[in-house]
Design a protein around this ligand. Sequence first.
Ligand SMILES: Cc1cc2nc3c(=O)[nH]c(=O)nc-3n(C[C@H](O)[C@H](O)[C@H](O)COP(=O)(O)O)c2cc1C
Length: 170
Amino acid sequence: MKITILNGSPRKENTAAMVDAFAEGAKEAGHEVDILHVGRMKIAGCLGCEYCHGKGEGKCIQKDDMEKVIPAYIESDMLVYASPVYYFDVTAQLSAAMQRVYCIGKPQKAKKAALLLSSGSPNTGTGAIETYKNMLGYMGIEDFGVCALAGEENKSEEKLAAIRDWAKSL
Ligand SMILES: Cc1cc2nc3c(=O)[nH]c(=O)nc-3n(C[C@H](O)[C@H](O)[C@H](O)COP(=O)(O)O)c2cc1C
């Protein structure tokens, strides 16, 4: 399976540790894994101009780093969204990358998805989880699961090993 992880964190810290653990487990299980660091990309919000659904024929009028993400939405069998919780949601960069799939309608091959969240306090990612689940329902993609680490759990070897094992079960 071709798996793409969209990492919405601009830092190489807590979310990155979860992303690496997931990637290691999935690779051990024989999958091909790509990580796109959308948190450090320049991705603007959708303009709602509908160019993509008319003259653009599936192409967005905005020329930015989203051009690096669209191929993942076309080719990946599984998408993993990863983000720190910023004010009860994913980062603005990841949110923009999730919404800009609009130009192609929906991920074209993805049958499965997962969500990795890192936060300072527990249970603050409920908004992010709800949006993720709604998007999956809308797109007809199966939820492989959500892993949310908070506070001291971040970078804990025990939790990262659990993520590795979880991804190995793919
Ligand atoms: C702008 C901003 C907003 C944040 N909002 C929340 C929040 O709503 N709830 C929470 O528990 N932590 C919040 N945090 C803390 C981060 O989610 C937490 O430190 C996370 O582990 C950072 O992940 P990273 O190392 O990948 O950047 C916020 C941090 C920042 C910078």
